[in-house]
Design a binder for this molecule. Structure first.
Ligand code: HGY
Ligand code: MN
Ligand code: MN
Length: 431
């Protein structure tokens, strides 16, 4: 169904800076990219550790504010700590919003999130260069804590805004060091008592378009630089607590042990089996062990399951099957098991009218069809889709690797993404 999308027009491919409204020079895509690149990058792994409300996060946020100010945009932080940069009157209504997030997973790549934010500023510069007149307000947003790397829940900034996370639930979120979200926000200079649903803000938005690096190889395989999102698989995170009995690794006979690591390990294999049977995915990517000594049988193994499937029924079957297997293994080893669902995001079908409009805008000069892809990855655009029309653009990722320092995208493809986003914003922000 996919034909090649249009080759990118060579706008600012030289990396030359653009000129802002007051004649000020604004950094090019490449300059913005280079500036962000060292922020929060771990010297050993080469991956990013930009966790919510940490120093690296503050540096990213300072960068966003500078970009807004360099372009003469009205900068504001909303009650949930999300950053906004406005062109036009934020209160006028029917605003066209673009953006993404700047935080990362542990040792994440450079593109997941930042590509959308950098491309948003670059797209605005391109439109100004084209002399585009906007009939609607335009905003660029950086949603806070999208990855949930620190507090375990993804998309905290957009969930709070959309009322999908209550203040009480948010206040209970705690990181691995026992620091609660309110204390972390306070330490970063934000007011945790101000957080909560923001329906007035959402009511002023007519459309949100998030550009994101593709987290798969569909575009690489189809030979397209840019695609449009169709849907996000339902997904969630479950915590499995296997409790046994700590004991000496050298003196405790195998038959006398209540070792929770065994049931945990068997559960990991069961997850793989259930997911494969159902055509879904299931991952135990995070584990904590107590007391965590080489020569001690663990008393507690806590493993976090991330599972996703194309539809709710399949996901329920997979997670139900994994839990059933885990209980059988736990019983066999005299282990107590608790399973807690920590978060869940139902299937997201992006707004069909907006999606079709994106396809029309991107194909209008060439008559070519832009591929429409589903994804297993969660996004702020997915969270907001319950409140406002949202859409996503994906930029080709040649290896498909994501949530890893090896994540990549070619510069030409990134610039094609900027042009596509500019075309979309131009079309949407005019009446
Ligand atoms: O985990 C996810 O799907 C996302 O990247 N937050
Ligand atoms: Mn991610
Ligand atoms: Mn992302």
């Amino acid at each position: 169904m996919t034909q090649r999308s249009a080759a990118p027009r060579p706008v600012r491919a030289d990396g030359a800076p653009s000129v802002g409204p007051a004649g000020h020079r604004t950094p090019s895509f490449q300059e913005m990219w280079r500036e962000l690149l060292p922020v929060g990058r771990h010297p050993d792994s080469g991956g990013y550790r930009r966790y919510a409300w940490t120093g690296a996060d503050a540096e990213c946020r300072a960068w966003f504010k500078e970009q807004a100010e360099a372009r003469g945009l009205a900068y504001e932080v909303d009650r949930n700590g999300n950053q906004w940069a406005w062109l036009g009157d934020p209160t006028a209504g029917d605003a066209v919003v673009t953006g993404s997030h700047l935080d990362s997973v542990p040792d994440g790549g450079a593109f997941d999130g930042p590509l959308g934010v950098v491309s948003s500023f670059a797209a605005l510069d391109e439109l100004r260069g084209r002399g585009t007149r906007f009939d609607k307000p335009l905003a660029i947003v950086n949603f806070g804590d999208e990855e949930g790397a620190r507090f375990g829940l993804a998309c905290v900034g957009s969930r709070l805004t959309a009322g999908q996370l209550t203040v009480e639930q948010a206040h209970r979120l705690t990181d691995a060091d026992g620091v609660t979200l309110p204390r972390a926000m306070e330490a970063a200079g934000y007011d945790p008592d101000a957080i909560g649903a923001d329906p007035e803000r959402l009511a002023r938005i007519g459309a949100f378009v998030e550009l994101h690096v593709e987290q798969g190889r569909a575009l690489d395989l189809s030979g397209d630089r840019v695609g449009i999102a169709s849907a996000i698989w339902p997904h969630g995170r479950w915590r499995f607590d296997f409790r046994g009995e700590a004991n000496h690794a050298g003196t405790t006979r195998l038959v006398d042990r209540r070792d929770p690591m065994l049931s945990y390990a068997e559960t990991v294999l069961a997850a793989r089996r259930e997911a494969a049977l159902a055509g879904a995915v299931a991952t135990f990517g995070k584990i904590s062990v107590e007391p965590n000594g080489v020569n001690a049988i663990p008393s507690l193994v806590r493993g976090w399951l991330d599972s996703r499937a194309a539809d709710q029924g399949t996901l329920d079957t997979v997670v139900g099957g994994i839990e059933k297997a885990a209980r059988e293994y736990a019983d066999a080893h005299g282990i107590d098991l608790d399973v807690v669902r920590e978060s869940f995001t139902p299937v997201v079908e992006f707004d069909h009218a907006l999606r079709d409009e994106l396809g029309r805008l991107l194909g209008k000069d060439t008559g070519l069809t832009v591929p429409v892809l589903g994804t297993g990855a969660g996004h702020d655009a997915g969270i907001l889709s319950g409140s406002i029309p949202t859409a996503m653009l994906f930029v080709r990722n040649p290896t498909g690797v994501s949530h890893s320092p090896a994540e990549s995208a070619a510069e030409d493809d990134c610039l094609a993404g900027v042009h596509a986003l500019a075309d979309v914003l131009e079309g949407l922000a005019r009446t």
